[in-house]
Write a new protein. Sequence first.
Length: 205
Amino acid sequence: MRALNGGCLIAPGVLLLADCFGGFVWRVDLSATGGPAAADVWLAHPSMEHDPLSTVKPPQPGINGVRYAERTHHLYYTSTARRLFMRVPVDPDTLDPAGAPEHVGGGTMADDFCLDEDAGVAYVTTHRQNTLDRVLLDGPPDQPRDIVLGDPLDLRLLGPSSIAWGRGPGEYGRVAYLITDGGTTAPPPDGRARRSKVLRMELAR
């Protein structure tokens, strides 16, 4: 493993983990009895690779965030260096890839995201671009960018990274928790980083 980044549970005891500089996804099967786990490469694809020739500092990861859509049996993932939002079908019985990765959207240096399968959208953080974007899960690959927060720049949202839905009643698809680095990776125009934060946001559908 070179650099583990995003991860998600796709079945009881089965994890998929993004190796953001290796350029592939690991499958980890946990032991039901507490013994050693088993790990194998689940999928490698050019869309998951980082860009070794990029001059952006620090080096940007390839595959980054990963989330599993249980209803449609797709693994969605971002690829930061490639500016892609992708998905790959998953066989619900074997949990193996069931087809080639598909281009869902892109054009931003996306980091992590959360899925709202009820509304058919993903809320995607753009770490270096300081926004939260909404992407249609079944939209065309060239769908226009839909910025929910961060345009104009909101200093509370500098360096947005991981995002997840709240677990309280009625919070799925409405209440999200998001962490920021305060602009330490990509400083704002004034060059001054702020404190990192945990933000709670209520989103309107």
